[in-house]
Write a protein that binds this ligand. Structure first.
Ligand code: FE2
Length: 133
């Protein structure tokens, strides 16, 4: 990957995480079940954290962070049933895992790479948690 392709991949992930944060927040506010609400709030918290990390990573690599929200938000919020939406959210998280697995070997900057590895581990953990739920 060229440096421009790495930046484009980071911005694509940023837009996806921003969409995920919106979806988790909206879904948590709709959830009647306390365990589901807590799970969605934890996911939202994580998504916001990774948005911040990705914006810093783009700046570190001398790019401009995207301010767009991924189309995932519209698609996910169109699903009325919260359990079905959670399944869709988990598919989105799995997409993020695949993107990170491909991107991480291409990143030379040690700090950015370590942050992306932490994001990968957290996503794997959240996927397992949501599946168990
Ligand atoms: Fe995510």
């Amino acid at each position: 990957m060229s440096p421009q392709e790495v930046l484009a991949a980071l911005n694509e992930l940023l837009e996806a995480e921003r969409a995920g944060a919106w979806v988790a927040r909206q879904s948590a506010s709709e959830a009647g079940d306390e365990a589901m609400k807590a799970l969605l709030q934890d996911i939202q918290h994580d998504e916001v954290r990774w948005c911040g990390m990705l914006m810093r990573a783009v700046r570190t690599l001398e790019g401009e962070p995207s301010s767009a929200v991924g189309d995932f938000r519209r698609k996910a919020l169109a699903i009325a049933d919260l359990h079905e939406r959670l399944v869709f959210l988990n598919k989105g998280q799995a997409w993020v895992v695949r993107r990170l697995e491909r991107l991480i070997p291409e990143v030379g900057h040690a700090e950015v790479k370590a942050e992306l590895e932490a994001m990968l581990a957290a996503h794997r953990h959240n996927i397992a948690r949501a599946e168990a739920f």
